[in-house]
Design a protein around this ligand. Structure first.
Ligand SMILES: C[S@@+](CC[C@H](N)C(=O)[O-])C[C@H]1O[C@@H](n2cnc3c(N)ncnc32)[C@H](O)[C@@H]1O
Length: 394
């Protein structure tokens, strides 16, 4: 039992980084990273590797709509048994980052590992970090699982352990606007990826007729306003002694520049749902996102309502998958998807993008998609099905 591996050195001008993403959204993340100036971009399953300097890192943190975390890998090790985990973490020069004035936490994820519990892995790694720091510094930092200065992210795939520091702290999908939730909300990063996949740039009206807590309309509002999703939040690296002196003023400048680019949404955004709780949630979330004037919230049953007045645009939605099927079961869902297709016939000129997580959706919806993207909504294997403007089908 033991650990051997590669340790990366102190930060250079350009660091090797890894941004994580929901499965299926990696191409959109790679596209974003390229636009933000990152180099040597390589897609992986569940993330994208890239090189970036401090300015580019901060741009990624601020502007990425798709990335979940931005990680700085400190080392990759072969680690077997509890002892191997401990030895691996003992090899990393944590003292170059952490000191007794800072706090830390360890998050572990496991894939095909000999260990059953991520909490056990995190604990072993934490013990090794503490022991190394006590030996090197004579003191140790405290653990703070809620707001640590450093979040150590450990990923153990079989016996390969990667140890990284999370540059953002709270994952980037925590934009700060979700003050009220409803059952089965989309992750903000997945909603943004759906909009990017559907080619939404803000230059057309947009509607989500089954908006739930409003994730799609809020992410659309930010795209339409050219507003970075993380303008209102802070990032862990701002408090890291190695970065803070340069990062804080640079980030201030980037925030000012980004703020100056924000414009009013040029086209209306419609949020509809038939459920009272959903409407209450979307109202509060839209207000928290600062989008109240841009998003029009209406109570409506999609099976009965007409399209909004005015020019057509993009209808994007994720209908219920049927996890809480109620009395009708899967048969009821098929009939709902069939009726939905009929009802959307009233949305002449609108193009459709629908996240289908129920395998019965496509045939029950009985229209031919012009494009499809494979996405995962957490564990649910989904397809984003796109349909050409209604009335213009071949
Ligand atoms: C999967 S949830 C949408 C979640 C949403 N994308 C979010 O991020 O919070 C589906 C939504 O469809 C709504 N819904 C179901 N049937 C509807 C209907 N006939 N008309 C309007 N809304 C409906 C539900 O109330 C629910 O809020």
């Amino acid at each position: 039992m033991g650990a051997r591996g590669v340790r990366y050195g102190r930060p250079m001008a350009r660091l090797p980084l890894y941004a994580t993403a929901s499965r299926g959204t990696e191409p959109y993340l790679a596209q974003e990273l390229e636009a933000l100036g990152a180099r040597r971009i390589r897609q992986d399953r569940g993330g994208v590797r890239f090189m970036a300097d401090l300015d580019e890192i901060l741009r990624v943190c601020l502007h990425s709509r798709v990335a979940m975390r931005v990680l700085y890998p400190l080392g990759t090790f072969e680690a077997r048994g509890a002892e191997g985990l401990y030895e691996a973490a003992r090899q990393v020069a944590w003292e170059e980052w952490l000191d007794a004035r800072t706090t830390f936490a360890v998050d572990a994820t496991l894939k095909d590992s000999e260990h059953d519990h991520s909490g056990f892995v995190a604990l072993k790694l934490k013990d090794a970090i503490v022991d190394r720091l006590r030996e090197k510094l004579g003191r140790r930092p405290d653990v703070d699982t809620r707001h640590p200065t450093y979040r150590v992210v450990a990923h153990l795939a079989k016996s390969t352990l990667t140890l990284s520091l999370d540059l953002c702290g709270e994952p980037l999908f925590k934009r700060g606007y979700r003050v009220k939730t409803t059952p089965a909300p989309l992750k903000e990063t997945l909603a943004a990826s759906m909009l990017i996949a559907a080619g939404y740039t803000g230059e057309e009206p947009l509607a989500d007729p089954m908006c739930g807590s409003g994730t799609l309309v809020i992410e659309a509002g930010y795209i339409a306003q050219r507003r970075p999703p993380s303008l209102q939040r802070s990032f862990a690296l701002e408090d890291w002694p190695a970065f803070s002196v340069k990062a804080k003023p640079l980030l201030e400048q980037l925030r000012r520049e980004a703020q100056a680019q924000v414009r009013p949404a040029p086209f209306p955004i419609f949020a509809r749902d038939r459920d009272e709780d959903a409407l209450a949630a979307v109202k509060r979330n839209v207000a928290a996102a600062g989008l109240s004037p841009a998003v029009k919230i209406e109570e409506a049953d999609v099976l009965r309502a007409d399209a909004p007045e005015g020019p057509p645009g993009l209808l994007i939605t994720n209908p219920p998958y049927g996890e809480r099927l109620g009395s009708g079961g899967q048969k009821g869902m098929k009939s709902f998807f069939f009726s939905l297709s009929e009802a959307l016939g009233r949305w002449q000129g609108w193009r459709l993008a629908i996240l289908a997580g129920n395998p019965a959706f496509e045939s029950a919806f009985h229209r031919r998609p012009s494009k499809r993207a494979h996405l995962w909504n957490g564990p649910i294997d989904c397809a984003l099905l796109q349909y050409p403007p209604l009335g213009a089908e071949a």
